[in-house]
Design a protein around this ligand. Structure first.
Ligand code: PLP
Length: 427
């Protein structure tokens, strides 16, 4: 059998990728050889500062030592069990922490189900909301990204590359306006649009849930205005609709507090977590009040690998770390440092985000605010050449999002921001 070490030494991974991996998965021209903290080393020995974090999965950086230790210990105990075959402590421990950390503090009882990916968790949140309300319809918002499975792709709002050619889509999904302050859409317009949707397209009494990211991720790092979640919750309560808070990208400390919705002072009915939750291993969850979570019949939730013991061992440490005293403050300080630097760049466009979840929206000029995706792509490419990994996002691909580890050292952060500045200047 070929040893994987030999494979990386003797086969050009790029060629092998072309030959054996579907082109449907897009990859930049980087072959990762090692990663630690805020750095990735490629197969040619080049070092990069990582502001991409495996798309928001490395809030604690690559290979955080406490997480890695917990993983090793669990690997030595047992690997896969399947919670539906035999229950085990790491799964229950993650659910206990998710319950203790539930935002909003109504003090009720909270339960969770653990799954493999963000998309699977959003799907399950919708299943739970449907079972709890007995209603079919779901409302998603402009620029939403909730995943790539049939239902979550339907909830997602970007045709290329996520939806083109993949229809027909799931039924009973409706889309409403989301606020986008930079483009003149505020809370009032968004609420009016939702009420109009209830008049024109869907009976609110048949809606199971709304699904909303508190800070839209893939859609362009667009934070909801301070009053929008509360106004939306009011409308939901009036009609018996559940509020699903998708924290897959914005959660687990990315905006400072454990959950981004904590900035908004509301208690969602269901909270979806993922990405950084597993500290680099695949894990996602749905958490909510016990009576909602228990509305599903026995056997209605689950999955072979959901809540894998090793991923759960990692997640308990991750949750303890992001909930520890001082973590939020350090994250918010990091956010202030990055924001000050981004604002000093005087880009044509917008600097936005919450805490350390920040982005630059690039436009051609301040009057028309026409998206400038070519400049964003050129900046990402120039940064890679200079040793910084960045990701773009947004409906038009003209937003550069920054996802450095929240634990990044000051010198590495500075170096990364210097490269960003030089790359913008060169693009
Ligand atoms: N929800 C949000 C807000 C996301 O950003 C993502 C992924 O980027 C998902 C859901 C889907 O997560 P996954 O890719 O783990 O299925």
């Amino acid at each position: 059998m070929t040893n994987p070490v030999e494979l990386t030494q003797h086969v050009d991974v790029r060629d092998a990728r072309e030959r054996f991996v579907s082109r449907g998965v897009s990859t930049p021209p980087i072959v990762v050889a090692a990663a630690e903290g805020a750095r990735i080393e490629d197969a040619d020995g080049r070092s990069y500062i990582d502001f991409a974090g495996g798309i928001a999965c490395q809030n604690l950086g690559h290979g955080p030592s406490e997480v890695v230790r917990a993983i090793h210990e669990q690997v030595d105990r047992y690997l896969h069990q399947c919670f539906m075959v035999g229950m085990y402590e790491p799964y229950v421990e993650v659910c206990r922490r998710l319950s203790e950390l539930y935002p909003g503090g109504s003090g009720g009882e909270y339960k969770s189900v653990l799954v493999n990916s963000g998309a699977e968790a959003v799907e399950n949140a919708v299943k739970i909301a449907r079972a709890a309300t007995g209603r079919p319809a779901v409302i998603a918002f402009d620029r939403a990204f909730h995943g790539r499975t049939l239902l979550t792709m339907t909830l997602t709002s970007k045709v290329v590359p996520y939806k083109r050619g993949f229809g027909p889509f799931a039924p009973e999904v409706y889309r409403s306006t989301a606020p986008y302050e930079y483009r003149g859409v505020g809370t009032e317009e968004a609420i009016m649009a939702l009420l109009a949707l209830f008049k024109g397209d869907v009976d609110p009494e048949s809606v199971a849930c709304v699904v909303l990211e508190p800070v839209q991720g893939e859609g362009g790092f667009v934070p909801m205005p301070p009053d929008f979640p509360a106004r939306l919750k009011e409308v939901c309560e009036e009609h018996g609709i559940l509020y699903v808070d998708d924290e897959v990208q914005a959660g687990v400390g990315r905006t400072g507090p454990v959950w981004a919705i904590e900035h908004y002072g509301i208690e969602p009915d269901l909270l979806v977590s993922g990405k950084s939750l597993g500290g680099g291993l695949p894990l996602a969850g749905v958490t909510g009040r016990a009576e909602i979570m228990d509305a599903v019949g026995v056997g209605g939730l689950g999955g072979t690998f959901g809540g894998n013991p090793v991923a759960c061992a990692a997640a308990s440490v991750v949750l303890d770390t992001v909930a520890a005293p001082g973590f939020r403050e350090r994250g918010e300080e990091l956010g202030r440092t990055i924001r000050a630097r981004l604002e000093s760049l005087n880009i044509t466009g917008d600097v936005r985000g919450i805490g350390p979840m920040l982005a630059l929206e690039l436009v051609t000029d301040d009057e028309s605010r026409t998206p400038a995706p070519e400049r964003a792509a050129a900046t990402v490419a120039a940064a890679r050449e200079r040793g910084l990994l960045l990701l773009s996002c947004g409906l038009y691909g003209n937003v550069i999002r920054l996802l450095p580890p929240l634990t990044i050292e000051a010198a590495e952060l500075d170096e990364g921001l210097d490269i960003l500045e030089a790359s913008l200047a060169a693009s």
